[in-house]
Design a protein around this ligand. Structure first.
Ligand code: ATP
Ligand code: MN
Ligand code: MN
Length: 317
């Protein structure tokens, strides 16, 4: 299928294994995670991570000299882009076409480690169907003074609103301060509504419904002033070109002494209820996480969409 760049023939150079240089370089001075350690982590989680990451345009946080030095975001292909990655020309708002990157396999993940990528962030659609988002994400950003229990309650509230609209959702501990609630969309019928403007409007309407019910607890606007004592339900992740952290991505966030580097970690709703923080899992937990059942096992079984009824309820056209 020549429409599908993820499955098409891999060029010979892309099959070359990644050579790790400066493997002992420390990327995270608190956890002592090295480039070798990051590559080992990527391999360990690849079976769970790749189905959620492969074929999606990336936004990358690179820390080539470790988090003690400068880190920078990279969205576009450059001279140093690994041969194990693919490129896709994407039209920007201003009409220019720019090369974005995506990966397709475990070598792509290891190549990310090789160039000092600490965080992988994803578009809400796949490179081969760029204009058709296939997930909703609600990024819950609490006022730093709020206890984590409030964040968990907000996640459940989002889940319940989505469930009432016939959408199942899955929680992600971000490895930072908050939780993302993710609802897969498609494949199958309903694709006509699965376009950026509709999906963005749908997510905004869900957030606004929650704010209307609990204006004391939630805000749906970027304004920092309004956020005091509340949780920002960041629905702006559902726009074309916006990103959200990849499941299983490490985080360039302060690690706690004695553990690994924090990761963004999929959990079950039961596990979320028991979690005491958003950064309880780290790179050191990879073997244990891979031994337990996949908390998002049902993610790929969902055949759900923005239904006509749900759109009517929310006033989304
Ligand atoms: P936390 O739980 O601590 O909020 P987070 O990953 O949700 O962690 P946010 O600051 O809420 O962090 O950002 C949400 C998402 O928006 C990120 O995961 C990232 O994909 C995207 N994002 C935020 N800031 C930037 C940035 N400067 N450049 C590119 N993408 C960004
Ligand atoms: Mn957030
Ligand atoms: Mn946010």
């Amino acid at each position: 299928n020549h429409d599908d760049p993820v499955k098409d023939t891999v060029p010979a150079e892309a099959r070359s294994p990644v050579t790790l240089t400066h493997a002992d370089r420390v990327l995270d001075p608190v956890s002592h995670l090295t480039k070798q350690g990051l590559a080992t982590y990527m391999r360990a989680v690849s079976a769970r991570m790749l189905p959620l990451v492969a074929g999606r345009l990336l936004s990358l946080l690179r820390c080539p000299e470790g988090t003690a030095q400068a880190c920078f975001f990279q969205r576009h292909a450059t001279v140093g882009t690994p041969v194990q990655w693919r490129r896709k020309l994407v039209k920007e708002k201003d009409g220019r076409a720019i090369n974005y990157v995506y990966l397709t396999d475990v070598d792509g993940l290891v190549a990310a480690a090789q160039i000092g990528v600490l965080e992988l962030h994803l578009w809400g659609s796949q490179a081969r169907k760029l204009e058709s988002p296939d997930r909703l994400v609600f990024d819950l950003d609490p006022d730093p003074d709020l206890p984590f229990s409030e964040v968990k309650a907000a996640a459940v509230a989002v889940r319940d609103v989505l469930a009432a609209l016939d959408l199942a959702s899955f929680p992600l501990l971000t490895g930072g301060k908050g939780v993302h609630v993710v609802a897969p969309l498609g494949p199958g019928a309903g694709g006509g509504r699965r376009q950026w403007p509709v999906v963005s409007a749908f997510a905004k309407a869900v957030a606004e419904q929650l704010v209307e019910a609990r204006p004391d607890a939630y805000v749906a606007t970027m304004s920092k002033a309004r956020r005091q004592g509340r949780i920002f339900i960041d629905h702006f992740r559902n726009a074309r070109g916006a990103s959200a952290v990849a499941p299983y991505s490490p985080r360039a966030k302060p690690a706690r002494a004695g553990g690994g580097t924090p990761i963004a970690c999929p959990v079950t709703w039961e596990e979320l209820a028991a979690a005491e923080r958003a950064d309880i899992y780290t790179t050191a937990d990879a073997p244990a996480l891979m031994r337990r059942p996949d908390p998002w096992a049902r993610y790929f079984e969902m055949r759900q969409d923005l239904g006509a009824g749900a759109c009517r309820v929310l006033g989304v056209k």
